[in-house]
Design a protein around this ligand. Structure first.
Ligand code: PGA
Length: 250
């Protein structure tokens, strides 16, 4: 079955509002004839600015995280209600930087996933192993645990609003990309995990992005793989001249 390609840019902790507006404007202009599904995820501080620029275009507005609670005494956190108020459509959850730098565990990520879905947001759930986990032969087991626990309690209907991003931690921001074959093998495995949980129809439909040093030079080779349905792009998403060729890979 042919799944649509979905290319997302995670701008991480980069860009002032003016810089974010400039990039968003360039992407709107250069991707308007793009054939795939697109998303940009700026910092919270630029969501309103970027949202006004991408609204009504073929580029979705995403946030990079959200709180696990709806509202309350949570200094420094941002609520899903506040994201919706800004026009955010999708939230990235369980990014490896959240897992490993900020020590988010599967239980917390699962809470966020369910809260975002409950409020009608789409979710990009990131999974991926550390280098030592890969070297110990545990890449599949780690991704399985993160997917199973991240999706605990998510209904089959809500799964249609979930995209998975496989991001081997050792490939993020390092310039090292998983080979298309290695990435595709994990994508196929994750699809099997989804089939076990939700059945083969849902597994065939779910979009699985690859992330980790995706560049204009390797995008087409990755996307050519059967189970790779798009990309979650970090460093190369910060400039139109590198994100657009990925988004329009041929
Ligand atoms: P990278 O980041 O493209 O800079 O490796 C990917 C990500 O963290 O989503």
């Amino acid at each position: 079955m042919s799944r649509p390609y979905y290319i997302a840019g995670n701008w991480k902790m980069h860009k002032t509002r003016a810089e974010a507006a400039e990039l968003a404007g360039a992407l709107v202009a250069q991707l308007k004839d793009g054939k795939h599904k697109y998303l940009v995820a700026p910092s919270f501080t630029s969501l309103e600015t970027v949202g006004a620029i991408v609204r009504g275009t073929n580029i979705l507005l995403g946030a990079q995280d959200c709180a696990a609670e709806e509202q309350g005494a949570h200094t420094g956190e941002v609520s899903v209600l506040q994201l919706k108020d800004l026009g955010v459509q999708t939230v990235i959850l369980g990014h490896s930087e959240r897992r490993h730098i900020y020590k988010e565990d599967d239980e917390l990520i699962n809470k966020k996933v369910k809260l975002a879905l409950k409020h009608g947001l789409d979710v990009i759930l990131c999974v991926g192993e550390l280098l030592e986990e890969r070297e110990a032969g545990n890449a599949e087991a780690v991704c399985e645990t993160q997917a199973v626990k991240g999706l605990e309690g998510v209904s089959a209907a809500d799964l249609s609003k979930v995209t998975i991003a496989y991001e081997p931690v050792w490939a993020i921001g390092t310039g090292k990309t998983a080979t298309p074959e290695d990435a595709d093998a994990i994508h196929a495995f994750v699809r099997k995990v989804i089939a076990k949980l939700y059945g083969s129809g849902a597994a065939e439909k779910i979009i699985i992005q690859y992330g980790g040093s995706v560049k204009p030079e390797n995008a087409a080779r990755l996307m050519a793989k059967e189970n790779i349905d798009g990309a979650l792009v970090g460093g190369a998403a910060l400039k139109a001249e590198t994100f657009v060729p990925i988004a329009k890979f041929a």
